[in-house]
Design a protein around this ligand. Structure first.
Ligand code: FAD
Length: 624
């Protein structure tokens, strides 16, 4: 069968195991249930599901599939089968199996030589692992679950700037291999950051250094905490990140759930545990400490200048080091300016801009699940709170420019969808307004929000070309300022019903309710972006409605603006060492450097950079 793979380590991986939602114990149950055994038995052509030992199977992935093409919505599983454990079946079961018609796949397999080969492999593997664990060659084994070893003597100094996912994972690796690590973060630790965010939401006081973007955990802390990634869920690096999150307190469900997410309430204690672990590794963590400048000598970054921004004193100091890991995220626009002053090349890149749409969550549940929507029960029910993902392409036609003809095709898509979440202000400057979405683990709010964005590229930034490589940043800023003015300032967000937006008019001034706590103002959002972006959004929304009927509804409200979907620049680096191509000793990583997009990919980037740098500093003798 095409859904069975022999992993050749004594395990078979069985995928596409569908269990109808009516029979499944529900989204939070990740063990092997009888209905799942039934599905497994069918694939294995095993006659009696109840005779399969549940302990021979491990659930590797569980996803919910509510596509309309299905007769009934179902949970879809991937499981690993431990062949050796199947051999432990009781003798009478074997008797029974051996009397079966050979067309039963498993019976056939069990009576073949192959099964013994698999078992021998398992035993051999275990033996060789034991031998490795016992080897002593003067090298320190850490207690870490990572497969690296530390040398005792060397203590090179590394400064890591930024405690988002990329900076934290780079700190973890370098701390574990024994580097002298200082992690600096302009924002505050989660406890104080929570109070600063509270002051923004309740009293409209924005702390420029401690907010939704800046502070412990980076932009991903007060977020939806989605852990989905496009870089391959089963790759070792993603698994290492997920297991590390579990080690620091995330539920082990994230290892199995098809669409894992944490939610802000789970991220905060997790980050505290992460911090304590780093401190145990002697990583020196300095909150309220902002990188202002690099100290460069002979084309080599040899240290940094910092300000203490947690106090009004604004004291400055210098730190010398062997390497600077720059993990500052894409809202640190001051850092981009500073890099340009040092001649570090920044390459403008495409990103996306648009608006955030919000619907009542109940409507999205109904669109996606129909009658099953009653099973959602504010995140406590059997099926997950419904989400969606839509993508369409719109043609702008062939437009001539300087004699050449360009085919203008834009991709329009939903981004960072937050079921049961809320819209928040991610501004870092009171004169600029931008938004994003966050949620708590249960996703129990009555709203569903998602960014609807279109790709923008060099030709869109053309009017800002005098900003050079920061033309994309200038483009973002232009619309963030416009949104702030449209909203009337004080973080009030301009908003428009989707029906009005589609018709480029403003008739509804008493807006439907919004999760955004700082106020919304009925506005002409259709006038905010250049017409080609507005038209692309309008056209794609009409297409989305065909895929998700009632997406265009009187209760759907658009909010402006969503500009920081990914970095507007890339900071080039060498593929193997992660060192910057313009400046030695500088290691740009994560989203701000244009090398990641999202919590998991940023963490993976930090992890790999940590290993690459450890290797360069002679702290690590393994393969990356
Ligand atoms: P960041 O997380 O941005 O961290 C950079 C850190 O560097 C910040 O803490 C900042 O304070 C610090 N810093 C910046 N400049 C300096 C300086 N000069 N000196 C010292 N420190 C500095 N992604 C997902 O995958 N799933 C989601 O559900 C999700 N939801 C999101 C919700 C919101 C509200 C936001 C804003 C983002 C969300 N994202 C989500 C995106 C995700 O947060 C980022 O992709 C990720 O955090 C990038 O990690 P990073 O380490 O590269 O940078």
């Amino acid at each position: 069968a095409d859904n069975i793979v022999n992993k050749e380590d004594g395990f078979w991986r069985i995928s596409k195991l569908g269990v109808p939602v009516g029979k499944d114990p529900g989204k939070d149950f990740l063990e092997v249930s009888l209905p799942l055994l039934n599905a497994i038995a069918k694939v294995l052509k095993f006659p009696v599901a109840k005779m399969l030992p549940p302990e021979a199977f491990t659930v590797v992935r569980k996803s919910f599939d509510a596509r309309k093409v299905l007769k009934e919505s179902q949970f879809v599983y991937i499981v690993d089968m431990d062949v050796k454990k199947l051999l432990d079946l009781e003798p009478r079961t074997w008797d029974f199996i051996s009397r079966l018609d050979p067309k039963f796949g498993l019976a056939e397999y069990m009576s073949s030589e192959k099964v013994y080969d698999d078992v021998v492999t398992v035993i051999h593997d275990r033996k060789s692992k034991n031998v490795d664990a016992g080897s002593g060659d003067g090298i320190n084994e850490t207690n870490s679950k990572f497969p690296y070893r530390t040398l005792k003597s060397r203590k090179p100094k590394v400064v890591i700037v930024g405690s988002g996912p990329s900076g934290l994972f780079a700190s973890l690796v370098l701390g574990e291999v024994g580097a002298d690590v200082t992690l600096i973060e302009r924002g505050q630790a989660v406890e104080q950051r929570g109070r600063d965010i509270g002051a923004l939401v309740a009293r409209k006081i924005l702390q420029s250094e401690s907010n939704f973007c800046f502070g412990e955990g980076g932009a991903g802390t007060w977020s939806d905490g989605k852990l989905v990634t496009r870089i391959g869920r089963n790759t070792d690096c993603v698994q290492a990140v997920m297991k590390t999150l579990v080690r620091f307190g995330a539920s082990s469900n994230i290892l199995v759930d098809g669409k894992p997410h944490l939610g802000t309430d789970k991220l905060i204690p997790l980050l505290r545990n992460f911090r304590h672990h780093l401190q145990q590794l002697d990583v020196n963590i300095k909150f309220g400490t902002r990188l202002d400048n690099l100290i460069v000598e002979n084309g080599h970054a040899i240290g940094i200048e910092v300000s203490d921004v947690s106090k009004d004193s604004n004291t400055n100091s210098k730190l010398s080091c062997d390497a600077v890991v720059l993990a500052v995220g894409h809202s640190a626009r001051d850092v981009y300016q500073m890099l340009l002053r040092h001649g570090v090349e920044l390459i403008p890149k495409d990103f996306s801009v648009g608006l955030r749409i919000e619907h009542p969550q109940e409507l999205i549940n109904r669109i996606q699940y129909n009658t099953l929507s009653t099973e959602v029960r504010d995140g406590r029910g059997k099926v997950p709170v419904a989400d969606y993902k839509v993508v369409k392409y719109v043609e702008e036609g062939n437009i001539g420019g300087n004699g050449s003809v360009e085919d203008l095709r834009r991709s329009c898509y939903s981004f960072c969808m937050c079921p049961g979440g809320q819209i928040v202000s991610t501004s870092t400057d009171p004169s600029e307004l931008c938004i994003n979405g966050m949620s708590f683990s249960r996703r129990a709010s009555k709203w569903a929000n998602a960014a609807l964005v279109v790709t923008v590229s060099k030709r869109d930034f053309d009017p800002f070309h005098f900003h050079g490589s920061l033309s994309g940043v200038a483009f973002q800023r232009e619309f963030e300022r416009k949104a702030s003015v449209m909203g009337g300032g004080n973080f009030v967000v301009p908003a428009q019903t989707v029906t009005d937006f589609l018709e480029s008019k403003l008739t509804v001034t008493t807006l439907p309710s919004s999760s955004y706590r700082l106020g919304v103002k009925a506005s002409n959002l259709h006038e905010l972006f250049p017409s080609q972006i507005t038209q692309a959004l309008q056209e794609s929304i009409l297409k989305f409605d065909k895929e998700l009927p009632f997406f265009i509804s009187k209760d759907a409200l658009l909010h402006g603006v969503e500009t920081r979907t990914s970095s507007p620049v890339q900071i080039p680096r060498h593929g193997d060492t992660y060192e910057n191509k313009s400046l030695k000793g500088l290691y740009p990583i994560g989203e701000g450097a244009g090398h990641a997009g999202g919590i998991v990919s940023a963490a993976v980037d930090g992890l790999y950079c940590g290993f690459a740098l450890a290797k360069k500093l002679n702290l690590f003798d393994g393969d990356i």
